[in-house]
Design a protein around this ligand. Structure first.
Ligand code: ATP
Length: 242
């Protein structure tokens, strides 16, 4: 199986405060991996290490087989990221935001034109192409961010709590879109604290207080704990106070 992301023995501390403790897991291509953890679990810290906003003093990170420290350009070029805080330019149009990013990734004008067109189609954004991002709803803004993260055809897509603040239909649409992407062969790592964003075929990683408490498909995690639902499994695994 091709691996989009491999993380081995990763630890991180903010001064004396340990935020990640010997974390190891892999994200296969073609699967949506949900990183589920309550507030303060360490999800954002993990994303900051994978995206190299922070350097990891310990452990190894490989993206599509490329070591993060030894082959950083190759590794980072194979990753698309949607951060928790929106980063679109609200006063540019949807198309301008996408084209600007395509240029940053070194796509020619022609390549950018065709990739932007493809992603606008995929996310049902064609009617909003010339709209300023400021005029879009929260759900559509998030779609633009995901489309932007995919322009350079990454092998790994990271999403840090992308549905925060969205209404239920917009959340559902986004969850469906991202699951569709995984089924096309991208490795997706989706951080959330919302259990209803998990689907039956997903790989699940439950993180709590910086340590992985469970990893596997949803039914495996439920069976291993001898409980009857994911919410019960989550409660059992995260009951230790944060
Ligand atoms: P949330 O869902 O609330 O975003 P999270 O799972 O993303 O939480 P992190 O933000 O990674 O968790 O935080 C992990 C731990 O590290 C928490 O205990 C948090 O208080 C602590 N922490 C995070 N950032 C800092 C910082 N800059 N300085 C000190 N401690 C921090």
């Amino acid at each position: 199986m091709n691996l989009a992301l491999e993380v081995e023995n990763l630890s991180f501390a903010y001064g004396p405060k340990k935020a990640l403790d010997e974390v190891s897991f892999a994200v296969p291509q073609g699967v949506c991996t949900i990183l589920l953890g309550p507030n303060g679990a360490g999800k954002t810290t993990l994303f900051n290490l994978i995206t190299r906003l922070f350097d990891s003093p310990t452990g190894t990170i490989r993206i599509a087989g490329f070591d993060h420290l030894r082959r950083p350009n190759q590794a980072l070029a194979r990753m698309g990221v949607v951060f928790q805080q929106p980063t679109l330019d609200l006063d540019l149009t949807v198309e301008q935001n996408l084209r600007y990013f395509a240029a940053l990734h070194g796509l020619s004008r022609k390549q950018a034109g065709s990739r932007v067109g493809e992603e606008l189609e995929r996310f049902d954004l064609v009617p909003y192409r010339k709209s300023k991002v400021r005029a879009l709803s929260g759900g559509y803004r998030r779609r633009v961010e995901i489309a932007r993260a995919l322009l350079h055809r990454p092998k790994l897509l990271l999403l840090d709590e992308p549905t925060v603040g969205l209404d239920i239909p917009s959340r559902k649409a986004l969850v469906d879109h991202v699951h569709g992407l995984a089924s096309e062969g991208i490795g997706v790592l989706w951080a959330t604290h919302l259990l209803d964003e998990v689907e039956a075929g997903d790989q699940l990683i439950i993180l709590h207080r910086g340590r992985i408490r469970a990893i596997g498909c949803v039914t495996e995690v439920i069976e291993r704990l001898a409980v009857t639902s994911l919410s019960e499994a989550f409660q059992v695994l995260t009951k230790e106070a944060a």
